[in-house]
Write a protein that binds this ligand. Sequence first.
Ligand code: NAD
Ligand code: WQD
Length: 345
Amino acid sequence: MSKTVFVTGGAGYIGSHCIVELLNANCQVIAVDNFVNSVGEENGESAALKKVEIITGKSVTFYQMDLLDITELDAIFHKHKIDCVIHFAAMKAVGESMEYPLLYYKNNIIGMLNLLEVMERYNCYQLVFSSSCTVYGEPTEFPVTENHSIGQNITNVYGKTKYFIEEMLEDISHSNEKWNIIALRYFNPLGAHPSGLIGEDPTKPFSNIMPFISQVAIGRKTVLTIFGGDYETPDGTGVRDYIHVMDLASGHVAALSYLFRKHDRIKVFNLGTGTGVSVLDLVKTFEKVTNTVVPFKITGRREGDISIMYADAKLAETELNWKAKHTLEEMCADFWRWQTMNPNG
Ligand code: NAD
Ligand code: WQD
């Protein structure tokens, strides 16, 4: 594709995997991150991006910077001719967002506003934004299409920042016809690059299911707590649409190529597999693939959890020419390889 792509949050989990695919697609990458939640930092350098360079044999231009610092952001746009932006940078811990709402609103919303302001200043109007299936709240129809209502029953501040930003993007796209924006609503990302060199930092405080499963599998925790066994699902446990992080990564390259092909001002796509998987299905698949045992107990539901969430992924297939390829087995195997190769992150 040979574009210069500005990637915010490039040292993070999804950002670093996406940069692999951008470099493989012959893009030049300028990545920024403030390391608030990145995967490894060494003297202002991103350990994850060093691994990305090993994987791809190509180099990444990296700046340690905070999106809240608009002067520094402006300086980077001044220095480089940027064709398009992928905006991953955000704080994403659901529980923490309820404890520190101001921090989350400031970081996620002001970070986005600064970026939009600087993009406009430098005549750069192509943007891919990391949204989330969380904007659908508790869905009422399955599979969940992009036309499902958003913004209702979102139970946490993190999720609201995604919803508010989508609304802002909608508004600015109507204000100036130059804007060309795609919001990608990710379902539940899982797995790691198959090399085992990059993945999500297993030492960070977590609440997502996969790190818990693997901590039990390696014996650091004795038992997995499954939140809720009385949902209206085939086995009573919660259902999600788990998607391999490398599929998400290729979805971003597909989205960028769409932006340079078509001008819709704003488009929204689900990035999911279209398949619902229960917590018990996930645990059983993990045990089979990794040849481990994961003892579990089923307790009450977790506050704020929804019962079922899986995507209708057809729009991305027809319009972006993209489809998730990796299986649940590969997600588990790749996560496990990364975890065992990097027990300390
Ligand atoms: P991550 O925390 O690994 O990556 C985000 C990166 O952004 C981190 O490296 C962090 O240091 C950086 N960052 C945060 N605020 C910043 C700021 N003000 N300035 C500069 N850098 C900043 O998270 P991820 O899982 O890679 O998620 C990437 C994006 O995808 C986020 O916007 C997230 O909300 C969204 N998303 C994630 C998931 C998921 O389950 N992982 C699901 C849906 C959407
Ligand atoms: C998955 C399933 C839990 C932990 C979160 C965010 C959402 C989005 C994706 C960013 C559920 C169950 C979990 C455990 C369990 N992120 N579970 N025991 O809740 O779908 O969504 O990540 O946008 O905003 O809220 O993901 O991995 O926490 O849970 O039984 O110890 O696993 O109840 O059914 P979730 P998750």
